[in-house]
Design a protein around this ligand. Sequence first.
Ligand code: KIV
Length: 259
Amino acid sequence: MKKKIEDILNKKNKSKIVCLTAYSKNIAKILDLYCDIVLVGDSMANVLYGYKNTSGITLENIIKHTKSVKKGIKKSLLVVDMPKGSYNNKSLALKNAKMVMKLTRCDAVKLESNKKNFNIIKELVRSNIPVMGHIGYTPQFKKKFKIEGKTSQKILELIEEALKIEKAGAFSIVLECITPKASKKITSKLSIPTIGIGSSSNCDGQILVTDDMLGLSGFYPKFVKKYVDLSRIIEKSVKKYSRDVKNNKFPRFKNFLNG
Ligand code: KIV
């Protein structure tokens, strides 16, 4: 059965929420078998397009990839990242989020709060657009990677930001690269689920960039568990194919189309 926002909310304190990213149909179809949430992340900027940061990704890119992902999704909640610059103010955010929802038929959008975008979240939620928040290391607004929530003061600031996101009406919140202590405190203070990435198991759910966990991206920080080295497997297959073509072993008679 297709997951709804309430299903995600109901998982808090009951069972862990499983999330991964997808940028295309074939991967989405596999993720859909096991994930509660599939995110079309703006991480596609680095992972797929080879940009240095996420700012090169446009709304058009996001919409195109989401349309593809949507074709592979039957059960999971489909969440779409709003790219940098697409939600600079309330009216722009509303116009663009409405367009994303209409053109992709996704279930929700995600945006980085950057300690101030609470009214934007509120405006979208008021217009029946479900929103996932994102705090901690937020690549759209922070140039340098840093683990967040190391001091008591920083933990308090993160809790305050998370509570404001919840109050604005978000249904969940990504905690990216936040200390285990801070993640635990935020998760216990909120009634909406927290989804961690590099933020320990003290969160209500986990997300990873799929290409990282499959060994495809070449980006393996400590918090990523590489479940398979897909690059090697693909390379081996391509090598075999190349050898077969050169040695006239492919195509064989059975691969011929009779016409
Ligand atoms: O863009 C993305 O893939 C994300 C996840 C890492 C949470 O925001």
